[in-house]
Design a protein around this ligand. Sequence first.
Ligand code: AP5
Length: 220
Amino acid sequence: MRLVLMGPPGSGKGTQAKMLAERAGLTHLSTGDILREAISSGSELGSKAQDAVEGGKLVSDDVLYDIVEARLRELGSDKCFILDGFPRNLRQAEFLEAILPSLGIGIDATVLLDVPRESLLRRLSGRRVCSRCGKEYHLEFSPPKVEGVCDVCGQELYQREDDKPDKIEKRLRMYDEATLPMVKFYRDRGLLVEIEAEGGMEDVLERILDSLGQGKQGRV
Ligand code: AP5
C-alpha cells in the first residue's frame, strides 16, 4: 500500500500516519518532520527552509522535489509508504505523478482528512512538542503527566512557532489556496478517499482502514 495523506494543518496527518505506519508496516515520510529536523540541526536545507516553515508559508517546490525524490529512491520499489505533507499543491502533485513510473511504483490512494475549522484551531493551538525526543502532546486531548515536561525523556515541551495564532491563520489560508485544488486532481484519477476525521484518534484510524479495505477506490 502506498498512500498520500492530505488535509489541513491540524487534521491529524502526522498522528494518523504514525499509527498507520505502525499498524500496516509502512514507512512514514513527513516533509514537515524532515524540514524541522533540518532546521534544528542547522543544515543548509534547514537554513533554506526556516523562514517559510516558521512563518507558516510553503517552502519552495524545488527544495521539496529534491528531498522527496531522494527519499523515494532510497526506499526502492518494494517498500510501501505514507507521504504526509507532500504533495501540497498541484505542481507537486504533477511532479510526483511524473517521477513515480521511473521509480517503478504508483500511488494506491490519497486519503483526505476532513475536520471542522473550529477543531483545527483547537488542535493546533493546544499542541506541544518535546524539544529533545519530538514526542507530541496536546494540552487538552493528550496532556503530559507533569505540565510542560515530556513523559518519555523529561525534557521541556515547547509550542511550534507556526502554531502561534497568526501563523495558524496563514497556514489555513495557504491550505485553501494551494492544497485544496489537489482534491479534484486525485478525485479525477479515482484515487481520493475522504475521511471524516473528527473524534478519537483510534476511531479515525479504523475509519481510514475500513475505507481503504472496503472503498471502491482503495486497494489494500
Ligand atoms: P507539516 O508538519 O506537514 O504541517 P501541517 O501540514 O501544517 O500539519 P501539522 O503538522 O500542523 O498537522 P497534522 O495534520 O499533521 O496534525 P497532527 O497529527 O500533528 O508542515 C510544516 C511546514 O513545513 C509547512 O507549513 C511548510 O512551511 C513546510 N512544508 C512541509 N511540506 C511541504 C511541502 N510539500 N511543500 C512546501 N512546504 C512544505 O495533529 C495536530 C494536533 O491535534 C496534535 O496535537 C494532535 O495530538 C491532535 N490530534 C490529532 N488527531 C486528533 C484527534 N483525532 N482528536 C484530538 N486531537 C487530535
